[in-house]
Every structure is written in C-alpha cells, then in structure tokens.
Design a binder for this molecule. Structure first.
Ligand SMILES: Nc1nc2c(c(=O)[nH]1)N[C@@H](CN(C=O)c1ccc(C(=O)N[C@@H](CCC(=O)O)C(=O)O)cc1)CN2
Length: 282
C-alpha cells in the first residue's frame, strides 16, 4: 500500500484561483486588501518565507507592504514600526515573521499588533477567541492543516488525532481548532514530556508531526491507513528533513509530505485571512 498524497501545492493553487476572484470583487468595490510583513534580522529561511508571501500576494492581487528591519533594532523602534502598520489604511493585515532575534520579546511584539489586522491569528485576543470558540482570524498552519484534510475528505469529527509539538504557531492552536464543535475531534497533544510517544501515535487516526525532530515518526509507530501530516522541518547534514520518516508512506493511508504539504497551505491561509478581513469591511 502507498499513501494518497495530500498535495499542498495543488490545493494552494486552487485556493489562489478562488482568492483572485474575491480580490477582484473587493477592488471593484474600492477595497484594496494589503498584506504587511515585518522581518527582523537576516535569517535566510525567514527572508525566503517573506519573499514567498509577497510573491503570492502578487499572484492574487493583494498589495504588498514590506518592513525589513535590522537584527539589532531596539524593542521601541520595532514597536514603532508596528504602530505605523496599525495606523496605515493601506495595510489591512500584517504579520511579524517568527522567530525574531533573541533580544526582542515575541509576546510583546505580537500584542502590539492591532487584533483587527492580525493576519496570523497570533494576537492574545484572537487566540483567546479561539479558546472561546468565537470567530477570529485563525493561525495559518493549523488552519491549513484542517483545510487540507477537508479538501481530501479525510474525516476529522470523532477521530483520534495525535499532535506532536506544543508550539504557539502550530501545536497549541491546532489542538484548540480541532476540538471546536465544528471539527469535533479528540486530540492528544504530545511534547517532550510525553512518556510514551509511540503509544500515543499508534492509536491515532490522524497524526500531525510538528516537533522539529528529523524522522521522529517511523513506520512502526503508525496505525495502518492513518493520515500523517509532516509539519516539522530541520536542517541536517544531508539537507532538510521533516519529522516523518519517508517509509511511513507505505503504512499511512494519507500523507502530507514536507516539502509540498502544509508549508504551501500556510501561505494560502495567510492570504485567505487577509482577504476575509477585507471582506468583513465591505
Ligand atoms: N509569523 C509567522 N512566522 C512563522 C510562521 C507563521 O505561520 N507565521 N510559520 C513558519 C514559517 N512559514 C511562514 O511564515 C512558512 C514555512 C514554510 C513554508 C513553505 O511553503 N515551505 C515549503 C518548503 C520551502 C519552499 O520551497 O519554499 C514547503 O513546505 O513545501 C511556508 C511558510 C515559521 N514562522
């Protein structure tokens, strides 16, 4: 058996076709969606992700606003740039690219973003709304995971889902998203303190691996036919590696690869958040 591939690139392309039409309709009404990015420092990976976000904006007709700031910027100067974006009517949504340099306090920066312009859904107010199951922009990777499963008609409701990793951009909000009434899954959130990871993974109908540990999920850990989503990425001596061992493909029923799975969906959900926020103004 070989798993059906959950193709994030093809799904992203289909989403962009839909977004193009929605952006054109907004522009016809005089509303121009604009995505701002704040990139602090010169991490090549982060710079590549930001370039990708702006290339995607061009594809669907969203205006791009870039703020590239030096690695040694003071917290006050960085916050002043966020204030500028909060006040700029051309910027309908924006993100602070993570991680930020160590001398800056990530939580403090995210709190400075106007919650109504929070394209990443990472402001504490919007995360609080997710806890309360109220409407809010959703964090892009968790939203992309649910969207990809839905588009391939992988059932979520009533399923046992094991999420590996408790980070603020993926694991924690994903657990909240999947346990809303509309998704209705039973979630086990695993982390470095989990006693027996293999036991938690083998009983899962869906496994989401986002720990950043190369090839952490091996074929013997996966229930035959389960859906496995590889969200982790690590730099190794032999190149980039995901959290899922390549041989899992022969056991899983569905596999979202890395690259080509959740990464492109993350970008697509960011643009979807921007368009939805602009539509809410219309
Ligand atoms: N403010 C945020 N920072 C970060 C987030 C986030 O959602 N918001 N997530 C990651 C980085 N990220 C987006 O910012 C991201 C990572 C990977 C990809 C992607 O498409 N990866 C490709 C592989 C790389 C390529 O070929 O371009 C893939 O998986 O196929 C997109 C976005 C941390 N920071």
């Amino acid at each position: 058996m070989s798993a059906t591939i959950l193709d994030g690139k093809a799904t992203r392309d289909a989403i962009y076709e839909d977004l193009k039409v929605r952006v054109a309709a907004l522009r016809a009404k005089g509303i121009a969606p604009g995505l701002g990015t704040v990139l602090i420092g010169d991490d090549p990976g982060s710079a590549m992700y930001v370039r990708g976000k702006h290339a995607d904006c061009a594809k669907v007709g969203i205006t791009s606003i870039r703020k590239d700031l030096p690695a040694d910027i003071s917290p006050e100067d960085a916050e002043a740039v966020l204030d500028e974006l909060n006040a700029d009517p051309a910027c309908t949504g924006y993100i602070v690219q993570l991680p930020v340099p160590k001398h800056l306090d990530t939580g403090r920066l995210l709190e400075r973003v106007d919650p109504s312009k929070d394209a990443d859904g990472l402001h504490p107010v919007n995360l609080g709304r997710l806890v309360l199951m109220e409407p809010a922009p959703l964090p892009c990777t968790p939203r992309g995971i649910v969207e990809l499963l839905n588009r391939y008609q992988v059932p979520i409701a009533g399923q046992n889902i094991t999420v590996v990793g408790r980070g603020v951009t993926v694991g924690r909000p994903l657990g909240l998203l999947l346990t809303r009434r509309s998704e209705n899954a039973t979630v086990t959130l695993c982390h470095t303190g989990t006693k027996d990871l293999a036991a938690e993974v083998i009983r899962a109908d869906i496994v989401v691996a986002g720990a950043g540990v190369p090839h952490l999920i091996t074929p013997d850990m996966v229930k035959p036919g389960a859906a496995v989503l590889d969200v982790g990425v690590s730099r190794t001596e032999s190149g980039m590696a995901g959290d899922v061992h390549p041989d899992v493909r022969s056991v899983a029923g569905f596999l979202s690869p890395n690259p080509g799975g959740i990464g492109p969906m993350t970008r697509a959900m960011l643009l979807t958040n921007v368009v939805e926020a602009a539509e809410a103004q219309a």
